[in-house]
Design a protein around this ligand. Structure first.
Ligand code: 6CS
Length: 350
């Protein structure tokens, strides 16, 4: 953790290094071979090595490098090597990076419309339905302009697992959240979701959560299981409560200028790999979350609490008013995105 913070404080130096990087095209140094043009695509993560985002980026890298016969090299930058989620997004917008994960929980600061993915009880309880909905072209078509308005190109929307609340008590009812200081990601709409339960939401960057728990600055936090394990949050908490209130949804975005400058062949390569990875990453995230829960429970000291349907319903009712706040923040485009998302979920239910 200390290393992570230290790396974050080195951000300025790294930005300088990245912006001073040679322009993407390089010539092969081998004079005997025909000059092969190679380009480097930089892909930044909001999660550490071994995470779901890392699995995605490593597989993207493997497939792009193989398909391009080595003409394209993908460099993956895990969380800690560049900066916070918001700083990574700024680097993508300015073209200092080509590709990055951008989670709505942070990105909705810049693109309020994408805050739809932070609303509670909007998606299906069924992972397969959610996968189909989140990759649906109708949804992507509506999100495209909000991303492009911010100099980004939306490539993929990925579910990384059910959000789980951690704390030193079980969180079975909205009353249990009364004055509970819960760390949230930084977007304003997420804060509203927890205000609706009576909690005291405290937005902060991912890198500060562990020390926040350790120092008692926050009572709990919310994340998918794989993240709670790999960031060691569970070590500081006695209970994990699963209300299946929302998936952790991330988006993969590209620099708009870079994407527009790709050749037709490169663009279809990116889009084909993106499409192939929809099912691949969903299988991986399910496996990651199941395995990491076992690790946490085997270690002892953390109790797993699953809400009943009746308990979930109390949260569902309390969450509904936040949809109106979302529409106030995201406007007409937001309303259309929310209605489309709800319709798609309905249509895909088995
Ligand atoms: O809680 C967060 O801030 C982060 N959680 C995950 C699982 N991924 C990235 C995000 O920044």
């Amino acid at each position: 953790m200390i290393n992570l913070l230290r790396s974050l404080s080195g951000l300025v130096a790294l930005v300088v290094v990245l912006s001073a990087c040679s322009p993407p095209a390089e010539e092969s140094a081998d004079p005997s071979s025909e000059a092969i043009e190679t380009v480097t695509w930089r892909f930044a993560l909001e999660e550490v090595e071994g995470s779901v985002q890392d699995a995605y980026a490593q597989e993207f890298k493997r497939r792009i490098e193989a398909l391009s016969d080595g003409a394209i090299e993908v460099e993956v930058y895990p969380y800690g090597s560049l900066g916070t989620s918001s700083q990574i997004t700024e680097m993508l917008q300015s073209g200092a990076l080509e590709l990055a994960f951008a989670s709505p929980g942070h990105l909705a600061d810049a693109i309020p419309e994408v805050g739809v993915f932070t609303l509670h009880f909007v998606l299906s309880d069924d992972d397969e339905v959610n996968r189909q909905v989140l990759s649906h072209p109708d949804l992507h078509a509506l999100l495209r302009d909000p991303y492009r308005d911010e100099d980004l190109e939306l490539l993929a929307v990925v579910q990384e697992g059910w959000m789980v609340w951690s704390g030193n008590k079980p969180l079975r009812t909205p009353a249990d959240f009364e004055n509970f200081q819960i760390r949230t990601m930084t977007s304003p709409i997420l804060v509203e979701s927890y205000r609706a339960y009576g909690a005291n939401p405290t937005p902060m960057p991912y890198a500060e959560v562990y020390s926040g728990l350790q120092l008692g600055q926050i009572d709990g936090q919310v994340n998918p299981i794989f993240a709670i394990e790999e960031m060691s949050f569970y070590e500081e908490q006695d209970y994990l409560t699963s209300g299946r209130h929302a998936q952790f949804v991330a988006t993969v975005a590209a620099s708009r200028r870079w994407f527009d400058g790709l050749s037709d062949e490169q663009r279809s390569m990116v889009e084909n790999v993106r499409d192939e990875l929809v099912e691949w990453i969903d299988r991986e995230q399910l496996r990651y979350n199941a395995e990491r829960l076992e690790i946490i429970l085997d270690e002892g000291g953390t109790e797993w609490v699953e809400l009943t349907e009746e308990e979930r319903d109390a949260f569902r009712q309390a969450s509904l008013e936040v949809r109106d706040i979302y529409v106030e923040q995201a406007g007409e485009r937001g309303r259309e995105i929310l209605d489309t998302l709800l319709d798609l979920v309905e249509q895909h239910q088995p």
